[in-house]
Design a protein around this ligand. Sequence first.
Ligand SMILES: Nc1ncnc2c1ncn2[C@@H]1O[C@H](COP(=O)(O)OP(=O)(O)OP(=O)(O)O)[C@@H](O)[C@H]1O
Ligand SMILES: [Mg+2]
Length: 237
Amino acid sequence: MGDIISFVGQKGGTGKSTLARAFAVEAARRDQGVVIADLDEAQRTSWDWGQRRSANGLQPAIAVERVPRLQVFTRAADIDLLVVDAPGWADASTLWLAQGSQLTVLPTGGTVDDLNPTIRLMHELMNKGIADWRLGLALCRIHTDAQAEFARTYLRQANYKALKGELRERKSLADLQNVGQAVTEGSATTSREAIDLIGSITAALERARKKTAQEREQGTPARLVPSKERGGREDGR
Ligand SMILES: Nc1ncnc2c1ncn2[C@@H]1O[C@H](COP(=O)(O)OP(=O)(O)OP(=O)(O)O)[C@@H](O)[C@H]1O
Ligand SMILES: [Mg+2]
């Protein structure tokens, strides 16, 4: 089974789809067989973006599929990397997803409105046994340096450390996505911060892979194997 990296959140509009697409593009550039699984059947943000990308003939081509939540692990079976773009809410199936993902990224905006639900979801996932090294906090849609600093301090007070780099709120980044590009595919100036943040997520995934391998060697598998039954109800209970 390939690796799964999931982008999840308790709140809508924080940057899950944006980061999932950029992560997939950068992984595909490194020659990894990547598929984005868009779990939001109603919204289809990543799937639509995939259509725009392919209509514009952009390379690398990225496969985006609409995957029902409960089929995520089956879909990951025969590819290198499945990038999961989860919907804009969290429920019990979020835990199930995190249990089966090598890394779970929680993008968050820099306001207290965005940070509080993110912190609560982090608490919840960790209380349910997800190791901290399998979770990453990514600052997105940040307006100023001061806001980035505020968000990092706020998270630190809750004992969490955000990943290095942050995605700035910029029209130029929105414009890239409008035509099927990822936020890492703009000019050096436009995309520098996005590239840094995706680099941090890539490093976090690599660390998680190593830790998982170590724990396997020591006979204490890091990953719980999610069972279909556990996530078997659509309401996730
Ligand atoms: N850094 C940015 N600068 C400008 N616009 C952005 C940026 N990041 C995201 N956007 C835009 O903000 C909106 C929300 O972003 P995105 O779709 O990535 O969030 P999401 O967490 O996936 O939302 P949902 O919870 O609805 O799935 C989109 O219109 C996206 O194009
Ligand atoms: Mg989305």
